[in-house]
Design a protein around this ligand. Structure first.
Ligand code: FES
Ligand SMILES: [Fe+2]
Length: 437
C-alpha cells in the first residue's frame, strides 16, 4: 500500500522534490547523439521538469542549458548557433557550450560585464551513441555508471527511444511486473503454438509464476520460477537499478546485454530508452517461425517536432486508441488487439492516467517486486533529503557490472546460486574491472 505522501514523493521529479533530488545525483541519458549536429539547430529538451536546450558547436562539443537567456529570459531555442556558441536573438548575447558569455554586443565595450554572467549549463558526456547529462550540484560530477550495454560502441547496439505520456514510475513498473507477460503479450498463445526450444512455452503453460525478490547493492532483483522438464526449473532473472534502469528477463541469460532507462521528462512524460547488444541471441519465434502475435511490424513513429514533447512519439497513441483491432481481440489472434509488444505496454501504462492514483490500486503478491522497488526508492530519496546519504551506486559505478537479466533452465533450486553460476558463464562484450564490492 502506497499512501498519498509516499505517492507524491515517488512520482514528482522537479527541482526541490525528494525524487527529483535523487535523480539529480546520477548521470542521465537524455538524447541520441545524432539529435544535435555540429553547427545545427538547437533543440528543446525537457528533463526532470526543467526546460532546456541542447546544441552542438562547430568543434562537436554539446551544450545543455536552461532555455532562458540569463539577460532577460528570452528562449535560447530561437538562438543562432554561430559555431563557437549560441547567440540569443533578442540582444545578441552569446554563450559557449560551458555557459561562458562570449559577447554582449548591445553594450558599448566599457559597459560589458561578460565575466559576471553565465548561462545555466549542465555537464555533458557522450557514450554509446547517447548524450548524458549531470544535473546535480557537484562541481566534479560522479563517474559514469558502468552499465554493460552503455559501455558498447553505438555501432554494436540497437538503440530505441520512445516517449510515453505518463509518470515515469508506472511506466518503469511495467518492466518489473513479470506476470503480465503471460497475459498482455502472449495471452492468445497456447502451448502447442510454441516450438519446443522456445522458452516462451513455460510462460504459456504456467501463467502464475512463483517469485523471489531481494534488495541488491544497485537496487532490487527478482527471480520468477516455473517447473521445467526432468525436475528442472525455468528461471527468469530481472533487475531494477537506481535511479530508473531496468533489465528485463526475456532472452538468454548468457549474452543478454541490455539496459532500459525510464528517464523522466517531467511528472507526466517519460523518455524510454532501450539499448541492446546486436549480437545477443534475442527471442526465438513461435511455431512455424511465426513471431509472437502482434509483435511485428515494429511500431511507427511520428516525425519529431521542435515542441517540448515533440520527440520520439509513436503513431499509436491515446487519441487513436493505439489502433486497437477489436476483431483480433475478439477472435483471440492478438489478446489485446493492439499491435506490437511495446505499444501494448504503452497503451496499458498510459491508460492508468497521467500519474496513477495509488490509493485506488490493490497490490497482490505478484506485485512484490513493485512494492519492494518503491520502498527502496522512497527510503533512498528520504535518506538523501534528510541526512545527505548518497543513493546506491552514485559513487560506486562498478556495482552495475553485476547485473545480468535473462532466462536459464537448470536443476538448481537456490536462486542466488543459479544467478552466481550464470554470471560465471556470462559472455562479456567488454572487459570489466573488478567490481568494488
Ligand atoms: S534576452 Fe537574450 S540577449 Fe537579451
Ligand atoms: Fe510488457
Amino acid at each position: 500500500m502506497t499512501n498519498a505522501t509516499e505517492s507524491l514523493e515517488l512520482t514528482r521529479v522537479g527541482p526541490g522534490t525528494p525524487m527529483g533530488g535523487l535523480m539529480r545525483q546520477y548521470w542521465l541519458p537524455a538524447l541520441r547523439s545524432s539529435e544535435v549536429v555540429a553547427n545545427g539547430d538547437p533543440i528543446r529538451l525537457m528533463l526532470l521538469g526543467e526546460k532546456l536546450i541542447a546544441f552542438r558547436d562547430a568543434t562537436g562539443k554539446v551544450g545543455v542549458m536552461d532555455h532562458r537567456c540569463p539577460h532577460r529570459c528570452a528562449s535560447l531555442f530561437f538562438g543562432r548557433n554561430e559555431g563557437d556558441g549560441i547567440a540569443c536573438v533578442y540582444h545578441g548575447w552569446k554563450f559557449a557550450t560551458d555557459g561562458t558569455c562570449l559577447a554582449q554586443p548591445n553594450l558599448p565595450p566599457h559597459q560589458e560585464f561578460k565575466d559576471k554572467v553565465h548561462a545555466k549549463t549542465y555537464q555533458v558526456q557522450e557514450r554509446a551513441g547517447l548524450i548524458w547529462v549531470y544535473m546535480g550540484a557537484r562541481e566534479q560530477a560522479p563517474p559514469m555508471p558502468e552499465i554493460e550495454a552503455s559501455l558498447l560502441d553505438d555501432a554494436d547496439l540497437n538503440i530505441n527511444f520512445t516517449q510515453r505520456e505518463c509518470n515515469w514510475l508506472q511506466a518503469l513498473e511495467g518492466d518489473i511486473d513479470t506476470s503480465h507477460f503471460s497475459w498482455l503479450h502472449v495471452g492468445s498463445v497456447t502451448p502447442d503454438q510454441v516450438q519446443d526450444d522456445n522458452w516462451v512455452k513455460y510462460q504459456v503453460q504456467d501463467r502464475a509464476p512463483e517469485f523471489q525478490v531481494t534488495d541488491t547493492g544497485w537496487g532490487t532483483m527478482y527471480c520468477a520460477t516455473r517447473p521445467a522438464e526432468n525436475g528442472q526449473t525455468y528461471w527468469r532473472f530481472a533487475h531494477f537499478a537506481f535511479p530508473f534502469w531496468t533489465f528485463i528477463p526475456q532472452g538468454t541469460f548468457v549474452d543478454r546485454v541490455i539496459a532500459r532507462a525510464w528517464v523522466p521528462m517531467d511528472d507526466t512524460h517519460v523518455m524510454f530508452m532501450a539499448l541492446s547488444w546486436k549480437q545477443a541471441s534475442g527471442t526465438k519465434p513461435l511455431a512455424n517461425g511465426l513471431p509472437i502475435p502482434g509483435a511485428t511490424p515494429r511500431p511507427e513513429y511520428q516525425p519529431n517536432t521542435t515542441d517540448w514533447y515533440g520527440r520520439w512519439r509513436p503513431v499509436q497513441n491515446s487519441a487513436n486508441d493505439y489502433l486497437i483491432d477489436r476483431e483480433a481481440q475478439r477472435n483471440n489472434t492478438i489478446y489485446t488487439g493492439i499491435t506490437h509488444i511495446a505499444m501494448q505496454d504503452q497503451a496499458i501504462t498510459e491508460s492508468m492516467g497521467d500519474i496513477v492514483d495509488h490509493s485506488f490500486e490493490h497490490l497482490a503478491p505478484s506485485d512484490q517486486m513493485i512494492t519492494r522497488t518503491r520502498r527502496r526508492l522512497l527510503l533512498a530519496a528520504r535518506a538523501l533529503r534528510d541526512e545527505g546519504v548518497m543513493p546506491p551506486a552514485v559513487d560506486d559505478p562498478a556495482l552495475y557490472q553485476k547485473i545480468r537479466s535473462g532466462e536459464r533452465i537448470l536443476k538448481e533450486n537456490d536462486w542466488q546460486a543459479a544467478y552466481d553460476d550464470g554470471m560465471k558463464a556470462a559472455v562479456r562484450p567488454v572487459p570489466f574491472r573488478q567490481a568494488a564490492e
